[in-house]
Design a binder for this molecule. Structure first.
Ligand SMILES: [Zn+2]
Length: 277
């Protein structure tokens, strides 16, 4: 009985590598000449990103996506450095005007639970109006859900606002599960999975990227602070990751979220059967 159970487990396990290998082969065809792709994304337009992430990335020729909330009367003045970042080849993204997340963070009212889909849409489009002035050359825009949260309302009347993002953006960056990344044939571009990298070592980020791109996946990493107090990654760890991406640039495609999304959108619209056939 026990032997049977063990044999069965082995049988199931020996079944797995074959399946994974088949997918790898197919996805390799899609990414050619690369094995997979990585997008580095940064939320909230933080000064530490300007000071510590961008110079390292520019030195290595690695471009990323920076999600901004252009709220307040001084938005133009405050976000001026980001116009230069966009001109130098990085991508800017929409992080909504009000950065509304769940009321459960702070208690009280006024969170996503009390918003409507229409209110969120107006907020996101108001932000887009300003961001388009900041980077007028940028054609395609992506959105990052504040706090990775994609719903408004609560309980029985809770609703997704992913359709709003699908209508107005090339892609939306949501949250995800640790150790998993996006399949080019299956990912919903309006809610792309991302891995939050706070507290990770350089070794850990490199390991995730190496393993998941070897599986032909699109790895999206979500950063907030560098050397900061919360949701933070050390700048030494970040430099390790960027050095690795530069060394592996022949095999791993590092590109802003919108660029990778555009390639996948084209593929999903024209050849959806190619990978499964
Ligand atoms: Zn945010």
């Amino acid at each position: 009985m026990l032997n049977d159970a063990i044999a069965e487990t082995h049988e199931q396990r020996s079944d797995l590598p074959g399946k994974v290998e088949m997918q790898m082969t197919d996805y390799a065809q899609f990414w050619k000449p690369y094995a997979g792709a990585v997008s580095l994304t940064f939320d909230d337009g933080l000064a530490c990103q300007l000071q510590k992430a961008i110079p390292v990335m520019d030195g290595a020729g690695v471009r990323g996506t920076f999600y901004l909330s252009p709220r307040g009367r001084d938005w133009e003045q405050r976000l001026k450095p980001w116009a230069e970042v966009a001109r130098s080849g990085h991508e800017l993204g929409n992080h909504s005007m009000s950065h509304t997340c769940s009321a459960n963070f702070t208690g009280g009212a006024g969170g996503l639970e009390s918003k409507t889909v229409e209110e969120i849409e107006a907020d996101v489009l108001a932000a887009q109006n300003r961001l388009a002035q900041l980077a007028p050359h940028q054609e395609d825009w992506t959105f990052a859900y504040p706090c990775y949260q994609t719903d408004v309302g609560r309980g029985a009347s809770r609703q997704s606002y992913v359709p709003v993002v699908a209508r107005h953006f090339v892609a939306g960056r949501g949250g995800g599960e640790y150790g998993f990344a996006n399949c080019p044939d299956a990912v919903d571009l309006a809610c792309v999975w991302a891995i939050a990298v706070e507290r990770m070592s350089g070794f850990e980020m490199i390991g995730l990227v190496e393993e998941l791109t070897a599986q032909g996946r699109w790895v999206v990493l979500a950063f907030h602070e560098l050397d900061g107090a919360r949701l933070t990654v050390g700048s030494h760890e970040f430099k390790m990751l960027i050095g690795y991406l530069r060394r592996r640039s022949d095999a791993i495609w590092t590109a802003p979220l919108g660029e990778v999304a555009r390639k996948i959108a084209h593929f999903q619209a024209t050849e959806p059967q190619r990978l499964s056939g």
